[in-house]
Every structure is written in structure tokens, then in C-alpha cells.
Design a protein. Sequence first.
Length: 130
Amino acid sequence: MKGQSSIEFFVYFALTLTVFSFLYVEMVDRQISMFDYRETSLATNIGEKYGFEVENAVKAGEGYEREIDLPSQIFGSNYNVTANEGVVLVEWDRDTTVVSTNYAGEEVKISSEEDSLKVKNNGSVHVVSR
């Protein structure tokens, strides 16, 4: 009788560990996908804001000048943003995000390593450090 209850205990314990292992793996997968979603969402927001500012500079015309604030990193990674021919490309260590824009002028590129930025239109659109 004692042997049977010991075997049952180990069988139930093994089944419980197996179920918890599957649940743990599922939880980790969901956390990873949530982190990827947050990272991509932040990059998309940066691209949309940058595209909006560059579009405004074109619409406002020569003499336009405005400071823009963008995050310094995407969850610990430096990034580059390029606006060119209807798209804004946000590139960082782990991924690249493409956002559409109405801007169709010359390529305008920045790096997150530049502290503070200013969008200018002096005949053509430029983004420079303040």
C-alpha cells in the first residue's frame, strides 16, 4: 500500500511539473511578443512624428523652423530615421519599421545620437541639431 501511494505521488508530481512547464513557456512567449509589440509601436510613433514634422516643413514653405523632441532610444537601442519618397524608415538594432508619409522630397536622415533637433525649410527641408 505504501509503495502504491508513493508511485501515485510521483506520477501526480510529474504531471503537475509538466503542466506548469507548458504554462511557463506560454507565459514567456507572450511576454516576448508583448515586448516586441511595444518596441515596434514606439518605433512607429517615432516614424509618424518625424514624417509629420517633415511634411509640415514642406507645407509651411521657406522660413519654417520648429524644434522636435524624439526619444533618445528605442528600449535601449540607438536608432536612425530616414524620410524619403513617401516613406519614413526607422532602423534600430533588432528591427526596421516603415511608416508612410506624404513627404516626397530629398532624403532627410537623423540619428538618435543627436540630442535635440530642429526641422527647417530654407528652400529645402533639413533636420539639424539645435
